[in-house]
Write a protein that binds this ligand. Structure first.
Ligand SMILES: [Zn+2]
Length: 175
């Protein structure tokens, strides 16, 4: 059996903590097709994603926007680096969070868009993940009293993964 931990976390925030809306911002290099599918027609869960395209699983085009226009896909191309990533993530988080009044945020982080990662072809470095973390924390400060849940799901080069995770956690701690 396979569980979608971001979806479980979003539903738990709603059921146990009374969050009306939850935003999931996903910067895994692979599109979160399961998350998008689960919440496709659910106006209470917003989903924003940056990912390489074309790449497995093949979904995540700009035109995929959900039944309530609450899904924002910002695909990146093979070879893209930090600049394109920052622009896309900024757009994804802005557009998702603009639609939410009171939300709890959650973000799914996987560090497989790192330049060392063997499964994809983006060229991010630790500083890009630290930037993304601070950007999402600032957005959460504005929209949901800074409430952020971070989920780690991937990263397939151990050196790139460990350095990216350390940069992410340091940014979460305010470093
Ligand atoms: Zn991935």
């Amino acid at each position: 059996m396979l569980f979608n931990s971001a979806a479980v976390a979003a539903r738990h925030a709603q059921a146990a903590y009374g969050a009306e809306r939850v935003a999931i911002v996903d910067f895994d290099v692979h599109h979160g097709n399961g998350t998008q599918d689960i919440f496709w027609d659910d106006a209470s869960v917003l989903y924003g994603s940056t990912h390489e395209m074309p790449l497995y699983p093949g979904t995540g085009a700009l035109s995929e926007r959900g039944e309530h226009d609450q899904i924002v896909n910002c695909p990146l191309r093979a070879g893209d680096g930090g600049e394109a990533f920052r622009e896309a993530l900024g757009a994804a988080s802005c557009r998702v969070l603009r639609r939410s009044a009171r939300i709890s945020s959650s973000f799914r982080r996987a560090f497989d868009a790192h330049r060392l990662d063997p499964l994809a072809n983006l060229n991010l470095v630790e500083a890009d993940y630290a930037w993304a973390t601070r950007r999402l924390m600032a957005a959460a400060d504005k929209s949901c009293n800074g409430r952020v849940v971070s989920l780690l799901e991937g990263g397939y080069d151990l050196d790139g993964l460990s350095r990216s995770a350390a940069a992410h956690v340091a940014a979460l701690m305010g470093a």
